[in-house]
Structure formats: structure tokens, C-alpha cells
Design a protein around this ligand. Structure first.
Ligand code: T46
Length: 133
């Protein structure tokens, strides 16, 4: 499955705190064209429920925790994001669902392209139909 966890270096120590730096084509495997984040998501809410045709993204839970279910048409995996120095890379054509938001969760996402609604597949049956061709 074209999803995997990235571990980022933490600079600092327990006395002064930590800093993590993210750089295009270094510890992020694509050129970052967009950054967005979600916050104040009620704990019972589930988000996502779509795939992207071409977009690559890295999801980083900079505060709190969430679970992300990924499905590539064959295999399903659930990732727990609960560390600011860890990211989840999600390649194209992966159905994703985010749930189990802890209070005050901030999910920051780095994206390989500018926002384009035409890149989304928001209909599950349509997503599945891509694998039947
Ligand atoms: C993803 C997960 C992890 C914009 O106008 N600009 C943007 O850059 C984005 C990402 C969204 N939007 C609009 C589109 C919708 O009207 O914001 C609204 C909420 O977006 P959406 O329902 O897609 O949000 P999530 O949290 O379900 O999904 C988002 C990303 O859209 C998606 O690419 O992989 O985060």
C-alpha cells in the first residue's frame, strides 16, 4: 500500500522543548505546494471519505491524536497519528477516513499540489470502479 509513516528528527531536549523542520524533497518526499490544517474538530466527527487521483500528502498531527483508515482497493490499514515528529504519507488513489479525534487535535497536511476539487474522488462506488477497469 502506498502509505507509510515518516519519522522526523526532533531538535532540542526536555529542558527547552523540541523543534521539527520539514523540507521539500528532503524529509518530505515531494515539493510542498500547499499547507492546510484542521482544528476544533468535534471528537465524534469523522472526516475524509475520499481519495485523490494524483495528489500526494503528508498528514502530521501536531497536537492531539487521530486515527486514519487507508484503503487502496485491496488492503486496509489503520494508522494512529499522535506524535508531532511523525507523518503519514498518503499517495494517490487511497481512500482515507479520519476519526477518533482527541480534543484539541490539530492535523496539519502538506500537499504536493494546489487545491483542486477535480482531483477528488468523493464517491466510494466511483473509487471502487477504478479498480474494476
Ligand atoms: C485530505 C484530508 C486529510 C479548500 O478550499 N482548500 C483546501 O486546500 C482544502 C484541503 C479544502 N478546501 C475546502 C473543500 C471543502 O469545501 O474545504 C472544505 C473541507 O474540505 P474536506 O471536506 O475535503 O476536508 P477533510 O478534512 O475531509 O479532508 C481534507 C482534505 O480535503 C483532503 O485532501 O486528504 O483533509
Amino acid at each position: 500500500m502506498n502509505c507509510y509513516i515518516l519519522s522526523f528528527d526532533e531538535i532540542g531536549n526536555i529542558e527547552i522543548g523540541y523543534l521539527t523542520s520539514l523540507e521539500s524533497l528532503k524529509n518530505i518526499p515531494f515539493d510542498i505546494k500547499r499547507v492546510y490544517y484542521t482544528y476544533d474538530v468535534p471528537v465524534k466527527i469523522k472526516r475524509g471519505f475520499h481519495s485523490h487521483k494524483k495528489l500526494e500528502q503528508v498528514l502530521i498531527c501536531v497536537n492531539g491524536s487521530i486515527k486514519v483508515k487507508c484503503f487502496d482497493g485491496q488492503e486496509e490499514k489503520v494508522y494512529l497519528l499522535d506524535k508531532p515528529n511523525e507523518g503519514l504519507y498518503i499517495g494517490p488513489m487511497i481512500w482515507r477516513e479520519m476519526y477518533d479525534y482527541a480534543e484539541n487535535t490539530v492535523l496539519m497536511v502538506l500537499a504536493s499540489e494546489l487545491y483542486d476539487e477535480d482531483d477528488y474522488i468523493r464517491d466510494y462506488e466511483k473509487f471502487i470502479s477504478y479498480f474494476k477497469k
